[in-house]
Write a protein that binds this ligand. Structure first.
Ligand code: ADP
Length: 396
């Protein structure tokens, strides 16, 4: 009786012919497929002789190593599919060209080898893909880190480069003012004060843009220290009192539960947060209006509420106003002052306030029944800040 390898060898020409017809769609690949099949067939014979399917391992590894980047990117199952097709062709050829008993005997010998091959190629191919993908993830991570670094470099350079000429303008204008004062020329003084005010506002905008960029890139570093909300709010109100007086807007603070408590946070940044919100409350409230500051103590948090009797905000704008450069209304109609009624601004105050609140582990949102420049429904901004009884671990 013929040995399984002998039967297989006798079937080789038929199998090879089928492989070439069924697996080579384009004639360009014919030689390559013929070589690969020849190599596969030799390994199959060796495996049957030795009974050890790991004979195939080096061949499968070589095939897996020759997978192209496109195969890996598109996650195609190439080797596994190729082997499955070879196995099917061999199986069919055996069934069609040998006697039933011979076919059963041969297929019984080949079955464990097939299983080994399918299992092994699945593993090898999957591992290749995992390796490729994890390398891609590593590369993406390092690209992101480089991007982050260049972004923070850009922020640092922009901060320096934009502020330096302003410092020159301020310095020379101050010297000019001194000279003008000595000469007692009040006309010129108006102009030079104008330059100084303009440069002050420009500095404010540059600083806001730098802050937004720091917040967006998670580069804002909080300098945690003890603070008291009452001191922060009173400081902000004192600073804004000339403006609120000028606009005849009264600001009332209620002594709420938690107002006098010691807390931990970055007081400078918190001053910035409350200043942005109170300036807005002044800006969007008509002359003679009222701003109320209230709050409450919650478990683990203090909530501050800043309400105004201003123009209010439509429901659909209540989240977008916290996105950068999202100011509402017709820009052309805005006056250019920072505190005039509906005065202009670059639309960075709220994103910065939100960023500062979130950097502290808090949040900020607004409530308003809508926008009306006749009914003045007003707005209430809620600021939720964590109440800490010690410095956070990573900020000591
Ligand atoms: P800016 O004040 O520079 O325009 P902000 O980010 O501080 O930018 O505010 C964005 C927009 O949100 C404002 O242009 C205004 O339309 C709206 N807004 C903010 N605060 C109030 C408020 N208290 N009442 C009504 N509208 C407000």
């Amino acid at each position: 009786m013929l040995k399984p390898t002998e039967i297989l060898l006798s079937l080789f020409p038929i199998i090879e012919n089928r492989v070439l017809i069924e697996l080579t769609k384009g004639s360009l690949l014919k030689d390559e497929i013929a070589d690969q099949f020849q190599s596969f067939f030799n390994h199959l014979l060796q495996t049957i002789e030795t009974g050890n399917p790991s004979w195939f391992d080096p061949l499968l590894e070589t095939w897996a190593n020759s997978l192209t980047q496109t195969d890996l990117v598109e996650s195609k199952i190439i080797i596994n599919e190729f082997i499955t097709q070879l196995v099917l062709i061999i199986h069919q050829t055996i069934v069609e060209n040998t006697e039933a008993q011979q076919a059963v005997q041969l297929n019984t010998t080949l079955m464990p080898i097939y299983l080994y091959l399918i299992n092994k190629t699945t593993n090898i191919e999957t591992n290749k893909k995992i390796l490729y993908l994890s390398k891609q993830v590593e590369k993406a991570k390092s690209d992101l880190a480089k991007l982050d670094e260049s972004k923070s470099n850009f922020v640092a350079v922009a901060a320096h480069e934009l502020k330096t000429p302003l410092t020159l303008i301020d310095g020379y204008t101050s010297m000019l003012i001194d000279m003008i004062l000595k000469q007692n020329n009040s006309d010129l003084l108006v102009f030079t004060n104008g330059i100084l005010n303009g440069s002050k506002r420009l500095r404010g905008i540059i600083e806001d843009m730098i802050d937004v960029s720091l917040l967006e890139n998670n580069l804002l570093i909080l300098n945690y220290q003890p603070y008291w909300l009452n001191r922060i709010l009173e400081f902000v109100l004192l600073e804004l009192s000339p403006v609120s007086k000028d606009r005849n807007i009264s600001i009332n603070i209620h002594d709420f539960d938690g107002y006098n408590l010691m807390n931990y946070g970055d007081s400078e940044r918190l001053i910035q947060l409350f200043k942005n919100l109170i300036i807005n409350a002044i800006k969007f409230t008509p002359d003679g209006g009222t701003i109320s500051i209230n709050g409450r103590k919650l478990t683990g948090f203090i909530e501050v509420l800043i309400s105004d009797t201003g123009i209010g905000i439509n429901q659909e704008d209540q989240t977008t106003i916290f996105e950068k450069f999202n100011r509402l209304g017709n820009i052309a109609l805005h006056s250019s002052s920072k505190t005039n009624f509906k005065g202009g601004g670059p639309g960075l105050g709220l994103p910065i306030a939100k960023g500062i609140a979130e950097a502290h582990g808090g949040s900020i949102w607004v409530e308003s029944s809508g926008y009306s420049e006749t009914d003045f429904p007003g707005s209430t901004f809620h600021i939720l800040l964590p109440h800490l009884d010690k410095l956070p671990e990573n900020n000591k």
